[in-house]
Design a protein around this ligand. Structure first.
Ligand code: PLP
Length: 370
């Protein structure tokens, strides 16, 4: 089946006479359970839930592996980093991007380092040096990186890691499984914040990890059960419902993002535009090899902090807000958070599903006014 069909059907149970196509959320902490564990599918709400099962089946189909849902993208990131780097008998060396999602870097630099993990960092746009891979336990990648939108060659980098027996995890949040398939390119884990484009309605916080290896999936499930960062059934059900329109949304958002990026390159006030889908973007040659959609995010730089703030204040349609991947176009001055090596006038814009001309008209009137 092709993507558009897959997303509308993924994870749905066989259609039964008189039953809903997508069963509603199951709100349950406990289930009727006589006898011994393993004899019934559901026992207690922290261990499993039928609504999770449908959603995880859907994600597994889209990712090409087994999926485990978490209460947030960071809970998914934490599950991989901590379960791999604290597993008995394995090493404690993490190679990761120096420009990936800030909170993941904070987790590594703070908590993981305090557990004795050695951390080696490379910018996403540069080849990971052999000396960073030699003796590493886990290689973490994020491509395109948030917010800089650099990319790394997944097939080539994963091959180098595999030669050395290093596990590889890819944060695939900005691309979604329709945009890029890390497991198909040889990664051990595909990790995602589902609070973004995967669900796309800006109404929930969720995450997941997918892997082809059943044993690794079981380890992640055990970690989730022990650590307790379980997703709520309502969020999971909403996420599954939203998944059905992923292809429609991503096609519109990516087409809009490209139009916005092209338009921004024509404006003299804009100092730099990054979008992996732009043919002149430094990321484009690699992105076009491994991505089917280039994502909704366009990054650009205005002269300074004041101009960037003014831009956000004068936009009428583009909403000043953090995060990305939603139906509504949003933008923020990313440097307000700190932690990323970006100029003060750096704007991260996420193209929504509005009419492209309306987005461009809004950006245009705002740039004119500043
Ligand atoms: C690339 C990336 N990974 C992970 C996360 C964490 O996701 P969540 O906010 O769902 O915990 C984010 C959130 O912004 C992100 O951008």
């Amino acid at each position: 089946m092709r993507d558009g069909t897959k997303v509308t059907r993924a994870g749905l149970p066989p259609v039964a006479q008189g039953e809903p196509i997508l069963p509603g959320p199951t709100f349950a902490s406990l289930y009727g359970f006589k006898g011994e564990p393993g004899t019934v599918p559901y026992t207690y709400g922290r261990y499993h839930n039928p609504t999770w099962t449908h959603f995880e089946d859907a994600l597994g189909e889209l990712e090409g592996g087994f999926a485990v849902a978490f209460s947030s993208g960071m809970a998914a990131v934490t599950a991989v980093l901590v379960s791999v780097l604290t597993a008995p008998g394995t090493g404690k060396v993490l190679a990761m991007p120096s420009d990936g999602y800030y909170t993941a870097r904070m987790l590594a630099d703070g908590y993981l380092r305090s557990l004795g993990t050695e951390i080696r960092k490379t910018p996403t746009g540069e080849k990971v040096p052999s000396k960073h891979l030699d003796g590493a336990t886990l290689l973490w990648l994020e491509t395109p990186s948030n917010p800089g939108l650099d990319v790394c060659d997944l097939a080539e980098t994963i091959e180098e890691a595999k030669k050395r027996g290093v596990l590889v995890a890819v944060d695939n949040t900005t691309a979604t499984p329709l945009g890029q398939q890390p497991l198909g390119l040889g990664a051990d884990f595909s990790v995602s914040s589902d609070s973004k484009g995967l669900t796309g309605h800006s109404d929930l916080i969720l995450g997941h990890v997918a892997t082809k290896d059943k044993q690794l999936a079981d380890q992640l499930r055990a970690f989730r059960t022990q650590q307790g960062a379980v997703p709520g059934p309502m969020e999971v059900w909403l996420a599954h419902r939203s998944l059905a329109t992923l292809e429609l949304r991503i096609q519109r958002q990516c087409a809009n993002a490209l139009k916005v990026a092209e338009y921004l390159t024509t404006r003299p006030e804009v100092r730099m535009v990054r979008y992996p889908g732009l043919s002149q973007d430094p990321s484009h040659p690699i992105a076009s090899k491994q991505m089917r959609y280039y994502g909704p995010i366009v990054s650009f730089v205005l002269e300074n902090q004041e101009k960037a703030n003014l831009f956000l204040e004068t936009c009428k349609l583009v909403i000043a807000a953090t995060s990305f991947g939603g139906l509504h176009s949003t933008a923020e001055r990313r440097a307000r958070w700190g932690g990323d090596a970006i100029p003060p006038g750096f704007i991260r814009l996420s193209a929504g599903c509005e009419d492209p001309q309306d987005i461009i008209d809004d950006i245009s009137q705002s740039l004119d006014s500043i």
